[in-house]
Design a binder for this molecule. Structure first.
Ligand code: NAD
Length: 348
């Protein structure tokens, strides 16, 4: 049985990837390695915890000794690396935490894989899941392609850019078989409510202000998380060695338009008077170094691997909102405790 290591599988995207791999590939033994930081939650993958091909390991990728030990016990044939510090606002507060996990953590995994696979790279694959934010900001025109120069502006994107570079360098220098993807903003179930869509759904439910940065004209390309998981599955199995693929939703929205759309849908769902939730919109001081626009050209993965989003934005949002409305307990649990302190510091 092939042993596959997935890091960060208790987080938002990782939980969808782990679920897909465990359910779809009974012939793989899946090892989910996660430190269970504030963003990691075993509730996100409760439905698969008893499957015979699923294994959870609690551990920190920054701990080099632990990672080396793990690789000496298990002969992993593939690594899908998603564990990361992932929130831009937090990276502005504490950049070093992002260097530790995103750069040093990735290095530890690269070194362990290189050491384990040194005699035989056949059938091995190191897959780094990354972000479109490494490309910096677009103006009103154009799209990010795989050859767009890296130009990161936040400590988060700088740390992801750095880890991308190390993955490539290990491919070029040591021949490590890798694939890399840079994806646009994801949305869907199990998304920690510090990020825009779940934050606003939660605040609308609770009649709390909707904090919109600057003038609300920042533009993002949104992709349903299950479509990202499908793309990751495809790239892991069929992507060309030493290649990068951009993944995106062909779905650009200005933040303010997206917030208004969420307000409209939520008014209907909650049986509120039309326009009621929009009254909660509050413009707050802009984030420093805020990128104006991200938009992905996903034509390479479309042409080479036949991937395109399987759900429309309307359908994805409908499923997402319904999920949060049906899982208020999950929302309550993740927004208790330290979340409250973070929220107060960020938005008051
Ligand atoms: P997330 O913050 O929801 O989850 C990250 C997971 O990594 C958590 O379970 C956390 O416990 C774990 N983790 C953090 N530090 C760790 C450490 N030192 N050791 C082991 N585990 C650790 O993040 P996400 O939104 O699911 O993103 C997953 C990956 O996808 C990240 O690499 C991110 O850069 C990338 N990405 C995210 C998006 C997006 O829109 N969310 C878009 C493109 C790429």
């Amino acid at each position: 049985m092939k042993k596959i290591l997935i890091t960060g599988g208790a987080g938002f995207i990782g939980s969808h990837v782990v679920r897909r791999f465990v359910n779809k590939y009974p012939e793989y033994q899946i090892y989910n390695l996660d430190a269970l930081t504030y963003a990691g939650n075993l509730e996100n993958i409760k439905d698969i915890e008893n499957k015979p091909n699923y294994n959870f390991i609690k551990g920190d990728i920054v701990d080099e000794v632990f990672i080396n030990e793990l690789f000496s016990i298990h002969n992993f044939e593939g690594v899908l690396h998603l564990a990361a510090e992932s929130h831009v606002d937090r990276s502005i507060e504490d950049p070093l935490a992002f260097v530790k996990t995103n750069v040093i953590g990735t290095m530890n995994l690269l070194n362990a894989a290189k050491k384990q696979w040194k005699d035989n790279f056949d059938g091995k694959r190191f897959y780094h899941i990354s972000t479109d934010e490494v490309y910096g900001s677009l103006g009103n025109e154009g799209l990010f392609t795989e050859t767009t120069a890296y130009d990161p502006n936040s400590p988060y994107s700088a740390s992801k850019a750095s880890s991308d570079h190390f993955v490539r360098a290990y491919g070029e220098t040591y021949g490590l078989p890798y694939v890399l993807t840079n994806c646009s903003n994801n949305y869907g179930s199990y998304h920690f409510p510090e990020k825009l869509i779940p934050l606003f759904i939660n605040n609308i439910i609770n009649n709390k202000p909707l904090p919109v940065y600057g003038d609300g004209n920042y533009t993002r390309d949104w992709l349903f998380v299950e479509d990202h998981a499908i793309a990751i599955d495809l790239v892991f199995h069929e992507g060309k060695n030493h290649e990068t693929y951009n993944i995106g939703g062909f779905n650009e929205w200005k933040n303010i338009d997206l917030v208004k759309l969420l307000c409209q849908i939520m008014d209907e769902k909650l049986g509120r008077e039309k326009g009621k939730s929009e009254e909660l919109i509050t413009y707050v001081k802009d984030r420093p170094g805020h990128d104006l626009r991200y938009a992905i050209d996903a034509s390479k993965i479309n042409k080479e691997l036949g991937w395109k989003p399987s759900v429309t934005f309307e359908e994805g949002l409908e499923r997402t909102i319904n999920w949060y409305l049906n899982n208020e307990e999950w929302l309550k649990n993740v927004t208790s405790g330290s979340y409250k302190d973070y929220y107060k510091k960020q938005y008051s």
